[in-house]
Design a protein around this ligand. Sequence first.
Ligand SMILES: Cc1cc2nc3c(=O)[nH]c(=O)nc-3n(C[C@H](O)[C@H](O)[C@H](O)COP(=O)(O)O)c2cc1C
Length: 341
Amino acid sequence: MNNSFNHIISVAPMVDKTDRHFRYFARLLTKKTLLYTEMITAHAIIHGDRKRLLDFNPIENPIALQIAGSNPNELYKAVKIVEEWNYDEINLNAGCPSDRVSGNMMGASLMAYPELIAEMISSMKSATKKPVTVKHRIGISSSKVTSSFMPSGYFNDLGHLSNFMSIVNKATPARNIVHARIAILEGLSPKENREVPPLDYDMVYNLKKEFPDSSIEINGGIKTLDDIHEHLRHVDSVMIGREAYSNPAFMARFDSLYDSNPKEQLTRRDVIQGFIPYIQNLESKGENTHLALSHTIGLFQNQPGSSLWKRLISTPSKGNKSTLLIEALASLPKDVLDKEI
Ligand SMILES: Cc1cc2nc3c(=O)[nH]c(=O)nc-3n(C[C@H](O)[C@H](O)[C@H](O)COP(=O)(O)O)c2cc1C
């Protein structure tokens, strides 16, 4: 694949979750995983506060920036701007079902217009030498969006998906990340759109069979290391969203996909100790630490100490949170803190 890192696994773009604080925290658990940003619109990159939107800590590399847009010229401009930042990959969102996004002809509604997706990818590629990838679903259903490619407002079959892929492939994206369910554009909330349409992994596996030379990453409902190994028998790479966020210790397993005998044996104590200087740094700049700490809420998921940890990080405190974290290391159960994760 056209990238400098040996990529098998990524953590999905998630608005309000995969911000710079979460990515720093994730990096304490996994060194090799490709981390995605939240989705940022091309318009915001062009007209907004770029530093706030795009800055990140070099520890976060390898990192992919996800952009939403529908205008090839705007995407070109946005990607040109982003060239000043050291992202490893630029990704186009063609899978988000949110009204705010799909109603503006961005995200999943773009799947009705594969020619336009190809045009956007080409435009983005002409602005950068970095890999440009696209994230989409296996199909869509809409009572409003129709096109010559999708006259019925619906597609959910391999034939259609393959046609979609052939058209998008004219622009040769470096990778297609395929969320293995359709997006239902009206009537379901974004959250329901991640739960209600059934997962169809076979559709993604079959897509890979039809396009063996394309790099295909599977996404949706992947929760265990065994799941990951199974998917890797069929496709090139996997993307994990919610399970990485709600159970961050899961991410500590990801590097074993690259090296079955990793030297480092990571514990929750190491992770907390690694995050304390980060929190101290935010405090020294007078930044709010609540958001950063909220991303660690699942660190003790299904372990003794879970409620204590949740209470500690979410209770407002007068003093520094970092001091509280140092003290917490004495009160959390030692065996959980020091157990390999
Ligand atoms: C809170 C939240 C926000 C999300 N935001 C985005 C986004 O900005 N861009 C995107 O392509 N997908 C977004 N997604 C979808 C995820 O990237 C992923 O495709 C989906 O959650 C399915 O994977 P999972 O079952 O491993 O979570 C979001 C998901 C969640 C839960």
